[in-house]
Design a protein around this ligand. Structure first.
Ligand code: SAH
Length: 343
């Protein structure tokens, strides 16, 4: 027997080709996309707009995959963390973060991560594999299906497990589906990267115009190298040069993320160097006090030191926000995702 096709694996053109090979029109193909991506069906039988005969013939050749929810945790601050298993048994985490007027979903792009940043839990067990575009998109569909109809995911951030630019082809395909199938505005999507310089250009030329965030985290190569080994390959200047070529529409800015770690990158000199590095950029800076991870000797700085750092930036007319950590009590904060159940 032929292996059944997973309809979620198909691009728009492939869905049209698949349907037309069964003698079905583009209109039917578009209906199928609509039911999968905006009604979140996970079984062809749920597509009630199709006749029983049509559903049966589709079911003979295809199916709609789904993520399996293994664990669901809710933080006292409203953040929710989902542990999903994939068809091959690997697990990933996805985090839903409510804020005043937004509902942001933080998605994973890889199972694990190969970059071994010193402050991040995800990198501790290495990379298992890249996610396919449909596994990235499915995080949104599955969470949205679970919370609808009261709430709608308004923003998507690629800040979960993995390095999105190390899986750029699947990520670009996922971005197109999020924008054109699900209908989330490209301005409400942010991709965060350690700064794989040559791939930033690829993203700019092939993906929808989403927001770019760079995990900068240090102001000298010596410090950055210590906490982010990727800096040996792509030092600060190379990363920032690549950012300069990233096309920005008027009033759009690049975000630079800067984790504050006590005694490592939190001095007044660091703040002044950061101003120097970024002052000609249309950018905003997100200061993220370190979320402690298990077994690490690194700590976040005190409130006073965080304030001093921010003040130096603001006095020099930089836009700099301190990002409140959410979901710490359920290990759902930046750097805490590992893709294993928590007991
Ligand atoms: N690989 C991508 C996306 C995942 S990390 C990247 O590095 O950008 C998303 C953000 O969480 C990054 O800005 C990263 O620097 C930050 N982060 C990682 N570990 C953290 C920790 N322990 N505390 C605070 N922020 C952390």
């Amino acid at each position: 027997m032929l292996k059944k096709i997973n309809l979620k694996e198909l691009t728009k053109d492939e869905i049209h080709a698949f349907m037309s090979s069964s003698g079905l029109s583009r209109f039917r193909a578009d209906q199928l996309i609509h039911w999968i991506y905006t009604k979140y069906v996970s079984d062809i039988n749920e597509i009630t707009e199709f006749s029983k005969g049509l559903r049966n013939s589709l079911r003979n050749r295809s199916y709609i995959s789904g993520l399996k929810l293994e664990q669901h945790l809710k933080s006292t601050d409203g953040t929710q963390k989902f542990l999903f298993s994939l068809e091959d048994g690997h697990t990933i985490e996805t985090v839903l973060i409510p804020d005043d007027d937004r509902l942001t979903l933080c998605v994973s792009s890889q199972v694990g991560c190969a970059f071994s940043c010193a402050f991040c839990q995800t990198g501790k067990s290495g990379l298992s594999r890249n996610l396919k575009a449909y596994e990235i998109v499915d995080q949104i569909l599955t969470v949205q299906k679970g919370i609808q109809p009261q709430d709608t995911i308004s923003n998507v951030v690629f800040m979960g497990m993995g390095e999105p630019l190390a899986n750029v082809h699947e990520v670009i395909e996922a971005l197109w589906r999020i924008v054109s199938f699900i209908g989330i505005s490209k301005r409400r999507i942010t991709l965060s990267t350690v700064g794989i310089a040559p791939v930033i250009g690829l993203l700019a030329s092939h993906a929808p115009e989403i927001n770019l965030a760079i995990s900068l985290n240090a102001t000298t190569d010596a410090i950055r190298q210590k906490i982010m080994p990727v800096n040996r390959r792509y030092p600060l200047k190379t990363v920032l040069d690549a950012c300069r070529t990233f096309p920005l529409r008027p009033r759009r800015r690049i975000t630079f993320e800067y984790i504050l770690i006590e005694g490592i990158n939190d001095s007044a000199d660091d703040a002044r160097r950061l101003v120097k590095l970024l002052k000609h950029f249309p950018c905003k800076i997100n200061l993220i006090p370190l979320n402690p991870i298990a077994g690490s000797i690194m700590h976040p700085p005190s409130e006073i030191i965080i304030q001093r750092f921010q003040n130096i930036l603001v006095q020099k007319q930089m836009t700099a926000m301190v990002r409140k950590s959410k979901g710490q009590d359920i290990n759902a904060s930046c750097g805490q995702l590992r893709g294993h159940p928590v007991s």
